[in-house]
Ligand binder design. Structure first.
Ligand SMILES: Nc1ncnc2c1ncn2[C@@H]1O[C@H](COP(=O)(O)OP(=O)(O)O)[C@@H](O)[C@H]1O
Ligand SMILES: [Mg+2]
Length: 335
């Protein structure tokens, strides 16, 4: 590594194998785009990969960088351990962009996050995991990985009409065997889908205008954001889902509710930097939180940037806000 300067920003991301799928390769595009933005902003930029040998720690030896721009989504191939990198940086007292290790830990495990949401009276769809003996409610369920993001392991076959917890457990076992990661199932909310992006502003949440996901019927019989609709460019499902900020007056009350829930989530999970909350809304206009994404994707075609752009914020400005916020936070913590 070359000599460090106080204007150095170190971008940190997970290692990406050559044969990685598009959801994993996406972090390389984010690195490239954020690096270009940081250079435009006048910073020196270096990139390190966080691998399980922890060798990236040696790049912090000697002169510390001004901050680490944390793009780590998985550690040692596992989303559950993504919080380890900010944990190490917190220990070393190096400013890190985005969320704290604890916020990342508490939101990455969807089942844990749902328990915390429920304990705080925030509606989230009923769910079932193996070995938890609650009374089972019959109906349509969606099977999801407990901790992976990016719609990994989600296709049309993940929707099932279930009559008993035995049926649910059998299907969970099927998906766990197929994808080799833990699964759970959640009541399917047959309704509209929104994602709402939030950035930190001196520690307080600034909630952007919600985006609705529109599904065009011919390619989307299930109206869900499955793996193909997020990553398989050129596939029918990819082409047949769109994000829109064009919401009508009749949605004013709903928008207010969505924004209020995001503010609550920000406080409850002690989020910081940037986050995105995914919702489905049922026929009674009740929003259910599907998941909280601490440190969601920041690529130019991401939901977070689309929401920022919708409020007149450029890509370089967004990167600058996120970086500045991480520097303010550390000052705040140390004072
Ligand atoms: N309970 C649910 N009801 C309806 N659709 C759902 C539900 N849970 C997930 N989905 C669909 O699956 C997509 C991915 O689920 P999500 O929980 O956001 O996980 P991730 O984005 O981390 O893979 C959502 O965007 C939505 O389209
Ligand atoms: Mg999601």
């Amino acid at each position: 590594m070359g000599k460090k300067s106080r204007s150095e920003i170190l971008i940190c991301h997970q290692t990406v194998p050559d044969d990685a799928l598009p959801d994993e390769k996406d972090v390389l595009e984010q690195t490239e785009k954020i690096s270009a933005a940081l250079v435009n902003l006048g910073y020196d930029v270096n990139v390190v990969q966080a691998d399980s040998s922890f060798s990236f720690i040696s790049s912090f030896a000697g002169n510390k960088p001004l901050a680490v721009f944390n793009l780590v989504e998985t550690f040692n191939g596992n989303a559950v351990n993504a919080h380890l990198v900010p944990l190490i940086l917190e220990q070393l007292n190096i400013p890190v962009t985005g969320n704290s290790s604890s916020a990342i830990f508490l939101t990455t495990n969807k089942v844990l996050a749902k328990d915390i949401l429920l304990a705080n009276n925030i509606p989230t769809a009923d769910w079932h995991i193996k070995g938890r003996g609650e009374e089972f409610q019959k109906g349509m369920y969606i099977f999801k990985p407990v901790s992976e993001d990016a719609s990994i392991g989600i296709t049309g076959e993940n929707l099932k009409n279930l009559l008993s917890s035995n049926e649910a457990d059998e299907a969970i076992e099927y998906f766990e065997k197929k994808y080799k990661i833990p699964f759970f199932c959640e009541k399917f909310i047959d309704g509209r889908e929104f994602n709402v992006s939030v950035i930190g502003n001196n520690g307080e949440p600034r909630v952007f205008f919600p985006a609705e996901m529109i599904f065009f019927q011919n390619g989307h019989e299930n109206r869900i954001l499955c793996y193909d609709s997020k990553w398989n460019e050129g596939s029918e499902k990819y082409d047949q889902s769109r994000r829109t900020f064009d919401l009508g007056d009749e949605d004013r009350k709903l928008i207010k509710k969505l924004k209020m829930i995001c503010e609550k989530c920000w406080k409850i999970f002690k989020l910081s930097g940037y986050a995105r909350v995914d919702f489905r809304v049922d026929s009674k206009n009740t929003p259910f939180v599907l998941e909280i994404n601490a440190n969601p994707c920041l690529s130019p075609d991401s939901g977070l940037f689309a929401a920022a752009q919708n409020e007149g914020i450029s890509y370089d400005q967004l990167v600058n806000i996120i970086l500045e916020e991480s520097l303010n936070e550390v000052k705040g913590k140390n004072s």
